[in-house]
Design a binder for this molecule. Structure first.
Ligand SMILES: [Zn+2]
Length: 459
């Protein structure tokens, strides 16, 4: 099998016949708000890789962290008059429950940054003793100029890096590119004891320390979204390889494209978030997974509910095929070419779109064979097995006709009806409000009122 490595800018081989350990680290979320479908897409892509390796009897060890201490969390705690632990616990639990609905396997290890501080301090101490990091007034910085190949992952020179990064202005730094490894405690934010006084780790050092603790100095695949290439992964490489003197930190750097909403990156700061639960209320997990892997994982994917509805219909057709009553003929449909093409596609840099194409061809062949009275039992099992490898469960109970016809329901109209109903409720005209609720229900749309407003779901 080969996978594209961002660092060497080429595909690299993974030998599936060796049955050796495959160590994978994928950067996790900062749990300060509800996870959005960009997080879900990345999780599904790496889960598909993991499921494929497991289907090939590989001994995969999969680690994904939670960055449960960070500026955004401190800010969220302040804004909500809460504390960091309460907020991170709430959103970690929501995240895990959403991913489990999407049939994403739990990582073998899910370390939290706040529980691994000792390892981070140890790394920073070593980097300082090697002269690759320095301390000023309780803050520690990585001396970027001391790591000769800095910029090798993102392929940027210093000027480009300066222009492209949100550099923390700090006149104490030797070089504006030097990045924080440890931040001294200010105000009420949480702090941990360290040789440099009370403080907290920088984001980048967290992943290096956790990856090394659970997987050792060298791993096979380090993954994440393309937006993490610079500075996060660039910095991870620099501090990890400077610490171990034993490159490569990761053999393959695998990056997924991001999900766009009207050509814009989805992010909380842009205010264009669609949460995972919102999507799961409208479509089956099977259709969502199929949508996420319908293109090349390295490319951006445009969020499009019409396309997800089309995937929902495709799932229903596959389900029908898998439930056809087979003849008892001794003559069986030969599926070997479909199975071979599926594996060839998956082993060619995780070409899931081609793998899905093969599944649809197999489905078509089964339908055709059935009309010719050929035995399709074994072929139906093969179809299910291939879908299983992709984590697509066509038998989940969330699949139904109404979801498949989602694109024929006018989302704008639903929203306007909800708006109208809210006006009636405000003016205490409950019979009119209830009439709207019933009409929506007759079209398969059910409403859920909460203090944050009214959410709607397809039944
Ligand atoms: Zn990371």
């Amino acid at each position: 099998m080969n996978l594209f490595d961002t660092l060497d800018n080429k595909r690299k081989n993974i030998n599936l016949s060796e049955k050796k350990k495959i160590k994978i680290y994928v950067c996790g979320i900062t749990p300060y708000s509800e996870s959005h479908i960009g997080h879900a897409m990345s999780a599904v892509i790496f889960d598909t890789l993991r499921k494929y390796l497991l289907a090939n009897k590989q001994n995969v060890i999969y680690v994904q962290n939670f960055t449960d201490i960070d500026d955004k969390l401190i800010q969220a705690a302040e804004e909500n008059n809460s504390d960091i632990k309460t907020i991170s616990t709430k959103f970690i639990n929501k995240h895990l429950s959403a991913l489990s609905k999407l049939n994403v396997l739990k990582p073998d290890y899910s370390p939290k940054a706040t529980e691994e501080i000792k390892e981070m301090i140890n790394m920073i101490q070593t980097l300082i003793s090697k002269g690759i990091a320095y301390e000023i007034d309780g803050d520690c910085f990585f001396r970027v100029g001391k790591f000769e190949t800095y910029g090798k992952l993102s392929k940027r020179n210093f000027d480009e890096m300066l222009a492209g990064a949100r550099i923390e202005i700090d006149s104490r730094k030797e070089n504006p590119m030097d990045f924080a490894l440890w931040k001294t405690k200010t105000g009420n934010e949480p702090g941990w004891e360290s040789p440099w006084g009370e403080g907290r780790p920088g984001w980048h050092i967290e992943c290096s320390a956790m990856s090394m603790k659970y997987l050792g100095q060298n791993i096979d695949i380090h993954g994440g979204g393309r937006d993490l290439i610079f500075p996060h992964h660039e910095n991870e490489i620099a501090q990890s390889e400077a610490f171990t003197n034993n490159p490569p930190f990761s053999n393959i750097w695998m990056h997924n494209g991001l999900i766009n909403l009207k050509s814009e990156k989805m992010s909380k700061s842009l205010g264009n978030i669609i949460t995972i639960d919102h999507l799961l209320n409208k479509f089956s997990a099977a259709a969502i997974r199929m949508f996420f892997i319908s293109g090349n994982y390295k490319n951006p994917l445009e969020y499009n509910t019409d396309l997800i509805a089309a995937n929902e219909r495709a799932i229903m057709r596959l389900k029908n095929t898998s439930q056809l009553k087979s003849s008892e003929n001794v003559d069986h449909l030969n599926t070997s070419i479909f199975i071979k093409n599926f594996h060839d596609a998956m082993q060619s840099d995780l070409n899931t779109s081609m793998a899905l194409g093969t599944i649809f061809e197999l489905s078509k062949a089964i339908n055709q064979a059935n009309t010719q009275n050929i035995n399709i039992k074994k072929a139906q099992e093969d179809l299910n097995n291939l879908l299983d490898i992709l984590g697509i469960n066509i038998n989940e109970d969330q699949i139904n006709e109404k979801k498949a016809n989602f694109d024929k329901v006018d989302e704008q109209w639903i929203k306007s009806q909800i708006e109208l109903r809210n006006q009636y409720r405000k003016s205490k005209n409950f019979s009119e409000a209830d009439a709207i609720r019933k009409e929506l229900l007759s079209k398969g749309v059910s409403l859920l009122d909460s203090k944050d407003g009214t959410e709607w779901t397809m039944q």
